[in-house]
Design a protein around this ligand. Structure first.
Ligand code: HEC
Length: 155
């Protein structure tokens, strides 16, 4: 439920910040904040992915910690991180396609898919390697689906 609320908050932010006057500095900070959040996603996913591929020995405690952090990150309220005018066409620090701001329902659905996949991984990662591997495809797929649609491919 919390996760659904935070996903809705993204769309509310996208819908309402158009009316808010953001100084350039605020836009840059918002872009940095969301890129930092993405970096944290990638750090947790990297640990889980390395275990899934056998590049790192499976360790139930470390896997559970990475999955728990990732699930918690997906529940952060990102509403202030996606202001209007922070797309890649408007700001060269961003790789977010302007299409994102034109497709709220789809962005919400992709955010929810990530939350669901992260919750499933959180339930699986500490159990055993087979469970972790089973949850990996949907999780990586949720990241990739949004990047494919809304992130510039050269980033
Ligand atoms: C709902 C859409 C969405 C989902 C889901 C998503 N991302 Fe992203 N991601 C983006 C967008 C858009 C950008 C570009 C942001 C920008 O530059 O303003 C991005 C950028 C990134 C970056 C580059 C950050 C930087 O420093 O420039 C990384 C790394 C990343 N994502 C990892 C992930 C991982 C790992 C997942 C899944 C666990 C994930 N993302 C899920 C939309 C998404």
């Amino acid at each position: 439920m919390k996760r659904l609320l935070s996903v809705s908050a993204i769309s509310a932010a996208i819908a309402f910040t158009g009316a808010t006057a953001f100084a350039d500095g605020h836009i840059d900070h918002a872009i940095e904040a969301r890129q930092s959040q993405m970096t944290l996603y990638a750090f947790s996913l990297g640990t889980l992915g390395a275990m899934a591929k056998g590049e790192m020995d499976y360790d139930a405690t470390a896997a559970a910690a990475a999955a728990s952090n990732l699930a918690a990150l997906t529940m952060l309220d990102q509403s202030a991180m996606w202001p209007q005018g922070s797309d890649s066409a408007s700001n060269d620090k961003s790789a977010a396609k302007a299409d994102m701001w034109a497709n709220f329902p789809d962005v919400m659905a992709k955010g929810k898919a990530l939350g669901d996949a992260a919750a499933a991984m959180n339930a699986a990662a500490g159990t055993d390697l087979a469970s972790l591997r089973g949850a990996m495809g949907p999780l990586g797929g949720a990241c990739g689906a949004c990047h494919k649609a809304y992130r510039e491919s050269n980033n």
